[in-house]
Write a protein that binds this ligand. Structure first.
Ligand SMILES: [Fe+2]
Length: 338
């Protein structure tokens, strides 16, 4: 493609001299008599370079430069002037002129200046295309990584679900318990406006809150009939056993409090630490509500499953006692249990 140069000057003579020289060097030259005419040509054509006089009728060179820059900030633009005034030069530099030529024009200098400007243009274009390619590459790689991360996250979640299923299977009466607690906890978290990171953490904490039951003997977990006080105390060890199982694993660091404190009561009468109110980590307070609901509505060895309405009445009584009042309200008002 030919390199087109727009020469803007109200003196035809200057144009002829420049065009003759530049044509010899293989450039295609187009003439404009003033800034306004040049701007019209610029809008309709693709020029590689503009060489413009400053003082011209209708629109001067600086105004032309400003208009051109507004559309193409990288357009190569050489100013030509017979009146080298310092404030005009400063203004031209401020608007981003590529080079200056002082009249009367020295053709060698013009030729050099044109070559230099076109080389700069080429380099800028190469750099831009390099940046664009790089950007595209980064976007492609990022998308690929995000996809891989999603697959990894899902397979991780799947394996933790299997583990949660194994925990529930220790106790034949709690099949699906962990997953139901997870589902209800997530709905509460959404009501509380948890961000994605906190929600993801809660998913795992809720699924594994009872992981310590792995360390509780089957004959106690599966005992038909009431537990003795000693057995009950023994079962109450499961939050601390859970902590022992996961501590030291980096991924579980932020879930430890959910495993340890899901049996704390808002009034401080829970276990294992007897924490009170908001001192109990929020995630643990959340898990505690659906955990209690699901336990009461499930068939237990020593009693029948309670009807949902009775369970809800029972839970209402525990507001501010066993349960965080705000979380219990969300649980009941939003019918999280359904
Ligand atoms: Fe538990």
């Amino acid at each position: 493609m030919e390199t087109r140069i727009l020469i803007v000057d109200d003196e035809k003579m200057i144009y002829s001299i420049l065009a003759k020289r530049l044509s010899k060097e293989g450039y295609a030259c187009v003439m404009a008599n003033n800034g306004r005419e040049a701007l019209g040509l610029f809008y309709k054509n693709d020029f590689s370079l503009i060489i413009s006089d400053i003082r011209m009728p209708e629109m001067d060179g600086l105004e032309l430069l400003r208009n051109v820059r507004a559309v193409r900030p990288n357009m190569m633009f050489i100013i030509m002037t017979a009146h080298p005034e310092i404030n005009m030069a400063v203004e031209a530099i401020r608007v981003g002129v590529t080079d200056f030529i002082i009249k009367p024009v020295d053709l060698e200098l013009v030729s050099f200046s044109v070559k230099k400007a076109l080389e700069q243009k080429k380099m800028e274009e190469e750099l831009e295309s390099y940046h664009n390619n790089l950007k595209k590459l980064v976007e492609e790689r990022t998308a690929k990584l995000q996809k891989t991360l999603l697959v990894l996250k899902k397979s991780h979640l799947d394996s933790v679900k299997v583990l949660a299923g194994a925990i529930d299977a220790k106790d034949p009466y709690t099949r699906g318990h962990s997953d139901r607690v997870r589902r209800m906890s997530m709905r509460i978290a959404a009501q509380l406006g948890f961000n994605q990171e906190r929600q993801e953490s809660l998913v795992f904490g809720a699924l594994l809150h009872d992981i310590g039951k792995i360390g509780i003997r089957d004959e106690v977990l599966q005992k038909k009939g009431q537990l003795t006080p000693e057995e009950y105390q023994y079962v109450q060890q499961h939050p601390l056993i859970g902590v022992k199982i996961v501590e030291g694993i980096d991924f579980f660091k932020d879930k430890i409090s959910m495993i340890r404190n899901h049996h704390e009561h808002y009034d401080g009468r829970g276990y294992p630490d007897g924490l009170i109110g908001e001192v109990i980590p929020l995630e643990a307070r959340i898990i505690g509500v659906p955990d209690a609901f699901d336990a009461m509505t499930s068939l237990r060895p020593h009693r029948r499953a309670m009807p949902v309405e009775d369970v809800l009445l029972e839970m209402e009584k525990g507001k501010g006692r066993q349960f965080d009042p705000q979380i219990l309200e969300i649980f009941l008002n939003e019918k999280i249990y359904q």
